[in-house]
Design a protein around this ligand. Sequence first.
Ligand code: NAP
Length: 333
Amino acid sequence: MKAFIVKRYSKKDKLQLEVIAEPTLKENDILVQVYAAGVNLIDSKVKSGEFKLVLPYKTPFTLGHDVAGVVTKVGAGVKKFKVGDEVYARPADHSIGTFAEYISINEKDAALKPKNISMEEAASIPLVGLTAWQALVEKAKLKKGQKVFIQAGSGGVGTFAIQLAKHLGATVATTTSTNNIALVKSLGADVVIDYKTQDFETILKDYDLVLNSQDAKTLEKSLRIVKPGGKVISISGPPDMAFAKEIGLSWFMKTVIFFLSNKVRKQAKKLNVDYSFLFMQANGKQLSEIGKLIDTDVIRPVVDKIFPFEQTNEAMSYVESGRAKGKVIVKVK
Ligand SMILES: NC(=O)c1ccc[n+]([C@@H]2O[C@H](COP(=O)([O-])OP(=O)(O)OC[C@H]3O[C@@H](n4cnc5c(N)ncnc54)[C@H](OP(=O)(O)O)[C@@H]3O)[C@@H](O)[C@H]2O)c1
């Protein structure tokens, strides 16, 4: 099968299109023929080696974290799926590789694809949908009437998170640049801040929750717009000790992370704000819940561009530009 491979960790090197063996199936795996793959910033971060210490992949390996496709084979222990099922998934770390014609995925990480959307739209959902779900529903338990600030509302995570937060009954503030104001409003954002001309810290006050996805300065300012007892959940770092423990890092890496998060933890404590880092996890059950919200038109996918499979490197570059409005997809079949 054809696959886009990382030959060595490098920021500059392109992915190589190669013909490799089809994946083998373990007992609980399904073999999925990839119709569409979503592109995420984590693809670039894994390729460059930025994530090597926490997510070591042995080169060469196939890149890609989001998929929609059709089940073509099932392992002997598979219970949830049969050949012919249309599915979508964010395969678990260490089992990635959606920039390929086939991928094997543990059935617990996949869900039936929502029926009312295309394969390309379905491939846009898993990673960002699960990130938003795990931040807003699982970690923050966001409730009706609460106020949440979701940064970068026009990005992959933002476009999904705004819709989910509105569904949960929260008031949503977001940042974006002038060109994307109409988009984030159409998704339901109540307070829209143009980050090119306005400073969110002077506008937002007493928020219950911030979903932080930007730099250290933005994180520091975010702590100050949250009310005492509120939460800041960051998906762009710095990682915290709970994360280090969760993924079983060495004492050396735990020490590194202790120092990386020292400043923000101290600032948060002083303000009586709960700071935590989230690194999203594969989860087929949560994807099924998300699928229901898509099937009932509560949440709609926001797809910016679809690239042909051969142009996977171009799709990666477009995501790296930081200007995507919603998601970027590679059409494989
Ligand atoms: N920890 C995790 O599990 C996890 C999961 C998913 C993502 N992430 C991380 O979260 C971050 C966001 O991911 P993403 O996929 O949503 O990114 P993305 O889709 O690539 O973000 C692009 C969007 O960000 C907006 N943007 C850029 N700079 C901004 C700023 N200063 N303020 C507000 N908006 C700004 C852009 O809008 P304009 O063109 O209008 O500027 C664009 O629409 C990344 O760092 C990613 O690696 C982490």
